[in-house]
Design a protein around this ligand. Structure first.
Ligand code: RI2
Length: 315
């Protein structure tokens, strides 16, 4: 196989890993897509920089479609294309793509560290906490709080249908956190009976109006939490905020295969619907915990303008 063909095979396999959720989590898919774009640049053959730039935009579009809800994918790819698209030689563009991809990967890791500290500061010794799905940003805050000596009791929802809650539970337990797995529909009962002090969750996308797109069930469980006046803290790196929403673009809700819920053969004639994210209104979010600080939902539009204002986008 020549290296160009090998490059596109690698690109398609990264896209497939993201689409199949072998690689998952909004931050991680952005990071892997950014690195795949650098790989695609490196496998380009020839001296036509315009061709290379066009190929990179095509590759970015292909990668970004793998998971439609997570805006981190598009933000990561635009971050890599910035500066790369100004390069006037093939070696220059290849080098810049790699440099930007690695800068994005570094940014992901640093942001998570910063969020862990800021999130941990919101939690107190002895509290019960509820989390939903598997967010490395949210789990990082819980682990950091425990590392600081705060004894937390964490309740982790199973998170049907993909059961990412099992990943969270294993990860937290591995870090020495007292963790209890519950089914999703136990959330309200547990919030009340265990006197949960806060919900700590992640994000896939955040709209300029302060709405949160996160794993299916987030809207229902945060509604339950707010009905008991339990604060909802959302750990979200800057690249989870949608610059597209400033122009009114709606975040698409990904719908996945019915087979992820049940084998359709077991239910002949029954329709199965599997939306995997939902939109939580800003009133159900207490604070966004970002690497730049805490943010009220009403301040999100100004934050997005500051972080992304004027930045060029290719996809
Ligand atoms: P981190 C996940 O989506 C969850 O919805 C989680 O809250 C979000 O990504 C953020 O994850 P999925 O890929 O970036 O499991 O914080 O569908 O790890």
């Amino acid at each position: 196989m020549n290296s160009a063909r090998q490059g596109s095979a690698v690109l398609l396999s990264v896209r497939q890993d993201i689409a199949s959720m072998k690689t998952r989590g909004a931050g991680e898919i952005g990071k892997q897509a950014a690195l795949a774009l650098a790989g695609a640049a490196e496998s380009f053959q020839g001296n036509d920089v315009k061709r290379l730039r066009a190929d990179l935009v095509e590759a970015a579009k292909l990668l970004s479609q793998a998971r439609p809800t997570a805006v981190s994918l598009r933000n990561a790819l635009n971050f890599v294309l910035t500066e790369t698209m100004d390069e006037t030689s093939v070696p220059g563009a290849k080098g810049k793509t790699r440099e930007r991809a690695e800068a994005f990967a570094k940014r992901v890791n640093e942001a998570k560290g910063e969020i862990a500290k800021r999130g941990a500061a919101l939690l107190k010794d002895g509290q019960a906490i509820l989390t939903h799905c598997h967010s490395t940003a949210a789990a990082g805050a819980l682990i950091e709080a425990v590392r600081q000596g705060k004894r937390l009791r964490v309740f982790s929802t199973e998170t049907r249908p993909f059961r990412q809650g099992l990943i969270t539970s294993r990860m937290l337990r591995g870090a020495g956190v007292d963790v209890t797995l519950i089914v999703d529909s136990a959330a309200l009962h547990v919030l009340e009976s265990e006197r949960v002090a806060a919900m700590v969750i992640g994000a896939d996308a955040i709209d300029a109006d302060g709405s949160l797109y996160n794993k299916i069930g987030t809207r229902l469980i945060t509604l339950a939490a707010r009905s008991l006046k339990v604060p909802v803290y959302v750990c979200a790196e800057t690249y989870k905020f949608s610059p597209y929403s400033l122009e009114g673009e709606e975040v698409a809700i990904e719908v996945r295969a019915p087979a992820e819920i049940v084998d359709p053969k077991q239910l002949p004639g029954v329709k199965v619907h599997n939306p995997v994210f939902d939109k939580t209104p800003p009133g159900q979010v207490s604070k966004y915990v970002t690497e730049r600080g805490l943010l009220a939902p009403r301040s999100v539009a100004a934050f997005i303008r500051k972080e992304f204002g004027g930045a060029k986008r290719w996809i």
